[in-house]
Design a protein around this ligand. Sequence first.
Ligand code: GLA
Length: 353
Amino acid sequence: MNIEKCYFGEAFGKAVDKYTLTVDSGMSVSIITLGGAVNKLLVPDREGKLADVVGGYDDLADYVEGDGYQGAIIGRFGNRIAKGTFTLDGVDYKLFINNGPNHLHGGRLGFSHKVWDAEAGIEEDGCTLTLRYTSPDGEEGYPGTLKVTVTYKLSQDNALSIKYHAVTDKKTVLNLTNHTYFNLGGFASGKIFDHELWIDADSFLETDETLIPTGKKISVEGTAFDFRTPKTIGRDFDLSYEPLRIAGGYDHCMNFTKRAEPMSEARARVYEQRSGRVMEVWTDQPCVQFYSGNFLNNPDHDFKGGYKQGLQNMFCLETQKMPDSVNRPDFTDCTLDVGETYETITVYKFLTK
Ligand code: GLA
């Protein structure tokens, strides 16, 4: 096992470093301190050959200006908040509007655009990178000074875990996630339609044209969203089906059939047949945003090695609470009070078959 650190550039007047954690199988993860973004993830295939399976940029400027939140920690609130407003204990809060009429992924400069303090360490069974950021009261419109710690761990059994920890000094709302894009054949290997996907979710959230949940939970039964039996992402990818038409593909909150808390089994699994790579998602969170990369057509920002991504070339499985839950008492609770500790974990485990 080993850890390397190098300078990656400068953003917002601060030096940004890149840490690479490597375990004995050869698997490694590179994380930059801007946004705590996973920049590279080398994973063995069934022959032991490594490929980089995540999206990202060579250039720091692309992380600052590019969209898509490549690999980044998302906060304070994953996904959309309708009209960027909510009321907490009778007080109205106004957030930055950055996605049509709505607030998305923490706002103008959310956690994906902060330079985090970093500390690397080697433990018996893996390497860790601990990232810390204190978000001041009122940042992007959110109440409370929030102290956040995110710990990445790459373990000897080829699992990348992400632990989130936060405390606040005033009642607030919080929904942290990670926005890594995957293509298990390698990030530059084209469409994801052949990936076989299993998600143990029995319903998904209907959205309006601005991708805000309407409040309606739809059963996956008999729909393109039924991944309870593994099927390829492409099989039912038909944009004439209304929910898929609205979003240009899959971009929906899937609600797990049962909640694994404490985390005890996988909630989703992806298999790429040519390489034999399998990725399992273990989490204690109630939902996952399955996003099929429907906005990946930004010609101004070349991906690593100059690669141009295209629509549905990578997917995200963003474990989270329900989008816009700040405005819907019947959705998953997303408040964090003084004296409480926000603690969640998600693990991406890699295997082959
Ligand atoms: C999330 C959203 C998508 C899109 C991407 C970033 O996955 O659900 O609609 O905004 O982030 O491009």
